[in-house]
Design a protein around this ligand. Structure first.
Ligand code: CAA
Length: 279
């Protein structure tokens, strides 16, 4: 099966790995510039090189995975794809334009899926000649077991079944979700990160204290502020704003500290500074 992964950023790279690690899957890793797609594949290669150095993977296995990932432009690589998983910029217009272009490029039986973390699947698919489904991976996408399979208003049951089957084939556990702001995980997880930002803002505890409390007191692998940095504080803020705007419920108001940090470009790991500083 050939999968077109659209967007060679963090999520796109992880999703490409998740498919390419499984025999029988070939990946076209696409971005809007050839060099961005190649840069994504280079980062994937560097990550695997570290695992080979540590003796966690063989060079032979890595070579096989890398050989199944072709970086490039969707115009050149996606015509014969069986599945598209879009992990482009988290913006409705960008996603709609990207899929409108893919609708012309891809063969009719190719299934369209979006990895959106909070936008409406129904709206992303509106105006296309084929149905849309959500296939929501979690960062790091090659390691995290869950895929939220999101049905929009017009997603047929057979497309849901197809994506459930593919998710299982690549070793993930699919959970079926009906479209709703934040789906399941982000509706629970992101307000928790937002609450941690409030706790920091109010001076209830410091950053290290908040993270240690949740790691040791709730057995979370990462503290909420560390996790916010890892996910991207801009993504967390965007999800809070979607939850708030879609429901009008004040329990989803974004923490002013979070908004201020994003306005200041302190986005977490990807910008080198968030709640913590990164090299
Ligand atoms: N194969 C074999 N070994 C591997 C490997 C692979 N593919 N990848 C990593 N390893 C190895 C590492 O080399 C490391 O070995 P050493 O200990 O010898 O160095 C070992 O496995 C452990 O790896 P890490 O230290 O990287 O990983 P960890 O065990 O500390 O776990 C983590 C890292 C998975 C990120 C964990 O901290 C975690 O689960 N964090 C929470 C992540 C989370 O909540 N994600 C969801 C975010 S929300 C989201 O994504 C949705 C959205 O829409 C916003």
């Amino acid at each position: 099966m050939k999968v077109g992964v659209i967007g060679a950023g963090t999520m796109g790279q992880g999703i490409a790995k998740a498919f390419a690690q499984v025999d029988g899957y070939e990946v076209a890793l696409c971005d809007i510039k050839q060099e961005w797609a190649e840069g994504g594949k280079d980062k994937i290669a560097k990550g695997y090189a570290r695992l080979v150095e540590k003796g966690k993977m063989t060079q032979e296995k890595v070579d096989g995975i890398l050989a199944s990932i072709t970086p490039g432009l969707k115009e050149d690589l996606c015509a014969d794809c069986d599945l598209i998983v879009e992990a482009a910029f988290e913006n409705m217009e960008v996603k709609k334009t990207t899929f409108a272009e893919l609708d012309k490029i891809c063969k009719p039986e190719c299934v369209f899926a979006s990895n959106t973390s909070s936008l409406s699947i129904t709206e992303i698919g509106n105006g296309l000649t084929r149905p849309m489904i959500g296939m929501h991976f979690f960062n790091p996408a090659d390691r995290m077991k869950l895929i939220e399979v999101i049905a929009g208003v017009n997603t047929p049951a057979e497309i849901v079944e197809k994506i459930v089957k593919i998710s299982e084939e690549i070793g993930k556990t699919p959970v079926q979700v009906n479209e709703a702001a934040g789906f399941v995980v982000n509706r629970i997880l992101i307000p928790m990160i937002n609450e941690a930002a409030f706790i920091k803002m109010e001076g209830v505890s410091d950053i290290a204290g908040i993270d240690a409390a949740m790691k040791l007191g709730a057995n979370h692998p990462m503290g909420p502020l560390e996790l916010g940095d890892f996910v991207g504080l801009d993504i967390c803020l965007a999800i809070m704003d979607v939850l708030y705007n879609e429901t009008g419920d004040s329990k989803y108001r974004a923490c002013p500290l979070l908004r201020k940090m994003v306005r200041g470009g302190n986005l977490g790991v990807k910008s080198g500074r968030g709640f913590y500083v990164y090299n």
